[in-house]
Design a protein around this ligand. Structure first.
Ligand code: ATR
Length: 273
């Protein structure tokens, strides 16, 4: 019998993770199967016991369980602990170990797709929710020079940054000069389908060669990215983040880094449906 993997969430019906991971198992001719599990909030603890009893090898965790699941795990990786959320669980020797691959997945996608390294760069994150936290701590780990946060609610940005000397926080409307940043990233859901005419901030002038990125992948080119393109920025969308967070989870479970192009193709095809 093959190994079973999966994702838990509520709702979970529209998740593209099963198609994406199963395409990787097929491409690698591995005997694995990835299943979506609809888990209600009140059943989270019992589900963790079931995962152990059923010998599920590993699973992803999505909305609304990323924070609550932490209470039921045996060990939590240091970066996931700092982020305060888990998106990947490895089941090893009867123990459940929590990780967060969202931030590293994002960075790996940015580095591979744009041909850069983030070390030493100046970064601006827009927004201060859960996605921002995942990116913020992963960027710090990777040795960026400066990483600032601009958010509508300043206190939320302050809370993430704490006493970090490499970071400043700004009220989103107070930012008018983007020229000191190499990488500017929208981490909010502003501009996501169906609200495609919205944008979190208007990008004016950017530094030559600057990258403007959005964690949204539906649509693939948000209004934020369209505007950035008109001021000469190189643009990067959120499709890679989704694919690479999955690829890094797959690698944690199996020890094999899966074929991201195969995974990206199936997600792109599904987005087109
Ligand atoms: P998640 O955890 O999924 O990232 P979240 O915690 O609700 O979601 O955070 C969403 C982020 O988008 C927040 O930074 C939010 O700003 P506030 O902290 O001021 O609430 C930001 N956001 C949501 N709608 C926005 C809007 N219309 N304009 C600007 N920022 C917005």
């Amino acid at each position: 019998m093959g190994e079973i993997y999966g994702v838990i969430g509520n709702p979970i019906g529209h998740s593209m993770s099963p198609a994406m991971h199963n395409s990787a198992f097929q491409a690698l001719k591995m005997d694995g199967y990835y299943q979506a599990f609809h888990v209600k909030e009140e059943n989270l603890g019992a589900t963790m016991e079931a995962m152990k009893l059923l010998q599920i090898k590993g699973f992803n965790v999505t909305t609304p369980h990323k924070v609550a699941v932490m209470a039921y795990l045996d060990t939590i990786d240091e970066v996931a602990e700092k982020i305060g959320a888990v998106n990947t669980v490895v089941h090893e020797n009867g123990k459940l170990i929590g990780y967060n691959t969202d931030g590293y997945g994002y960075i790996r996608s940015l580095e591979e797709e744009m041909g850069i390294t983030v070390k030493g760069k100046n970064v601006l994150l827009i927004g201060a929710g859960g996605a921002c936290r995942a990116l913020y701590y992963s960027f710090l780990e990777k040795g960026v020079c400066q990483i600032d946060i601009a958010n509508r609610t300043l206190s939320k940005a302050r809370e993430i940054v704490g006493k970090e000397s490499r970071s400043s926080v700004y009220q989103i409307d107070a930012i008018s000069d983007f020229c000191m940043y190499d990488i500017i990233i929208n981490t909010t859901i502003v501009g996501m389908y169906p609200h495609i005419d919205n944008t979190p901030i208007s990008i004016s002038r950017v530094k030559e060669g600057a990258i403007v990125s959005d964690i949204i992948y539906n649509p693939l080119k948000t209004r934020f990215l369209k505007e950035a393109e008109t001021v000469g920025a190189r643009i990067h969308n959120g499709l890679g983040m989704f694919v690479y967070q999955g690829a890094l989870a797959f690698e944690k479970w199996t020890g094999i880094f899966p074929p991201v192009e195969v995974m990206k193709k199936i997600v792109t095809d599904k987005l087109g449906e």
